[in-house]
Structures are given as structure tokens and as C-alpha cells.
Design a protein around this ligand. Structure first.
Ligand SMILES: *Cc1c(COP(=O)(O)O)cnc(C)c1O
Length: 300
């Protein structure tokens, strides 16, 4: 299952002084380029679910997310392309003005319904859904695409490049589904390192292990680069994003990939990687989320 018009992902080789000095090679896999709306890792995580929903002849796909969620927009666009109706259950009360993300999702014909925080936490599907559809007709995708099929879809990210060539593969982590997919596909000798976008989310390790079961291969998750928590930032992070763009020409999003690139730069400068390391950084997309920042903050 592919897009009819697929913008291919691309590999960018980083040319940074601190990498040359330490004889480290690093590439960025630009999944942000695959589609204007279904950016990055979200497509890979979604595709097996959508395939299954089609196979089971479900009448509607339902999923969950916040008002700036990359997952919501990606699901809206993917369901529109593959012609299956979609409902987005959005965290919080209905706002007076919709975020650009929600407007885009609506333009992709996703029906939006708003859940008070408590109902959202409990992932409660409103009764109104079942006025229109029977239980059997509904296909629910977890928040962020967490699950086995999401992991298997994410595993195919490494088919986009010579994945086995790298000593280390780094990605940003939300639910850990992408990290699990990379671990699932990679060879044993390759180190898989995730940078958590959440504060103190130490149950992540178990959540990733649960997806990988019964496989027991190791991976690491770094918890020190969240900048205060999920979707939090400070002027230093924004400055880093602009500087990273000046140096590499690669844009990043402040929720996930900026924290990944920041962590990578920090680790390199602190001698974390040995000489001769060959590193792959997964650019998981998410640039649309930067629209929640004040205008003029970023130079890209
Ligand atoms: C959703 C998202 C992630 C997190 O992926 P998980 O599989 O949930 O860990 C990382 N980067 C970007 C840009 C995302 O939108």
C-alpha cells in the first residue's frame, strides 16, 4: 500500500565540524519529506492499521489526539486517500477557533468530536458515534498508533535506506512504537537509541518491550532532553532549531525532532559515540506542529 504520488524520503549526510573531528558519520533519514500532510513516521505506523480496517470492511476509523496532533492529521489524510471515513476524538472542549491542524484534518473530511479531559483519558467513544455505526463497523486506532501493527509498519522505515549499514539508529520517542519498529527490524549489533519527548515517562521501556515480546533485544531511551515536558520548550531550544537549520539545512519540530537533534549534538560533543560510528537519525516529521509557535520564531 503506497501513495499514488509519493515524495520519496531522502538521506542527508551531516557535515558538522564536531563530527569530522571525531570521525563520526551521521545521516538523517528525511521522512518529513514523504507527504505534505502525512509526514514522517506517522504514515509508517498507520499503514498496517488502515490495511486491516479495509480488509475487515470497517465503515469508519476512529482515533485520538490533541489539537496539534501529527497523528490526527496523518490519520485524516491517510483515510481520505484510502477512502475510509474517519473520526478524530480530540482532547479538551471544542475551541472557538480551531488550530491549523484541526482545520486541515477537517479539510481531509475527518469528523471531529471533542472529549472533556476525563473522557479523553479514559478513551471514551461518545454515544453519538454508535447512533451512526454499529460496534462491529468501527475500527479504533490507539492514540499515537501504539500497538503491534504500528510497530510492524514502523519497522519498514529501515527499508527506505541501507539500514544495516549503521552502528547506531536514533529516533524521537512519544509512545515508543517507532522505536520498537526500528528495534524489530534492525540487526542485533545495531544500537537503537530513543530520545523521549516526555518528562519522566519511565514506563516507556516496558511499553516498548511489550510490543517487542517475545523478542528480548536491547534498546535505550534517554530521558534528559525533554526541555520541561511534552511540547514544552525554552528559548535555547528554539535557538538550537534555527542554528541547526543554518548548519544543516534541515528543519525540525519543537516537540520531537528538535529534541532528538539537540540530544545528538550534545552526545557527540560529550564523546558518547566512539570513533568510526556510523549514525542514522530518523527525521520523523511533525513540522506542521510548529504552527503553534508565535510567528517569526523560526527562520524556516
Ligand atoms: C508521533 C511522533 C513521534 C513519536 O513516535 P512514537 O512512535 O509515538 O514514539 C516522533 N516524532 C514525530 C515528529 C512525531 O510526530
Amino acid at each position: 500500500m503506497e501513495f499514488t504520488e509519493k515524495h520519496g524520503p531522502r538521506i542527508d549526510s551531516l557535515q558538522l565540524d564536531y563530527l569530522m573531528q571525531q570521525q563520526i558519520k551521521a545521516d538523517v533519514l528525511r521522512l518529513d519529506l514523504i507527504h505534505p500532510l502525512i509526514s514522517g513516521n506517522k504514515w509508517y505506523k498507520l499503514k498496517e492499521y488502515i490495511k486491516e480496517a479495509k480488509t475487515l470492511q470497517k465503515k469508519v476509523v476512529i482515533t485520538f489526539g490533541g489539537p496539534y496532533s501529527n497523528h490526527i492529521l496523518a490519520t485524516a489524510a491517510a483515510c481520505s486517500i484510502f477512502k475510509i471515513p474517519a473520526i478524530g476524538l480530540i482532547r479538551g472542549e471544542e475551541p472557538k477557533t480551531y488550530s491549523p491542524t484541526l482545520m486541515d484534518a477537517q479539510h481531509q473530511n475527518m469528523r471531529l468530536m471533542f472529549l472533556p479531559r476525563k473522557d479523553y483519558q479514559d478513551k471514551l467513544i461518545p454515544d453519538a458515534v454508535f447512533d451512526q455505526y454499529s460496534k462491529q463497523e468501527v475500527y479504533v486506532i490507539n492514540e499515537g498508533g501504539y500497538g503491534q501493527l504500528g510497530m510492524k509498519g514502523a519497522a519498514s522505515i529501515l527499508n527506505e535506506c541501507t539500514g544495516s549499514f549503521y552502528t547506531h539508529i536514533l529516533c524521537a520517542v512519544g509512545t515508543g512504537t517507532t522505536l520498537a519498529g526500528l528495534r524489530y527490524h534492525a540487526q542485533q549489533h545495531q544500537q537503537i537509541i530513543g530520545v523521549s519527548a516526555l518528562k519522566n515517562n519511565f514506563s516507556l521501556t516496558q511499553e516498548v518491550e511489550r510490543l517487542l515480546e517475545p523478542m528480548k533485544e536491547s534498546f535505550s531511551i534517554l530521558h534528559d532532553f525533554h526541555f520541561g515536558g511534552y511540547a514544552k520548550y525554552n528559548p535555547g531550544l528554539l535557538e538550537f532549531m534555527n542554528e541547526w537549520f543554518r548548519q544543516t539545512g534541515i528543519p525540525s519540530d519543537f516537540v520531537y525532532t528538535a529534541k532528538l537533534f539537540y540530544a545528538f549534538a550534545h552526545l557527540c560533543q560529550n564523546g558518547y559515540f566512539s570513533r568510526g560510528s556510523n549514525i542514522l537519525l530518523i527525521h520523523s516529521g511533525g513540522l506542521q506542529g510548529n504552527r503553534s509557535l508565535p510567528q517569526g520564531t523560526l527562520i524556516f
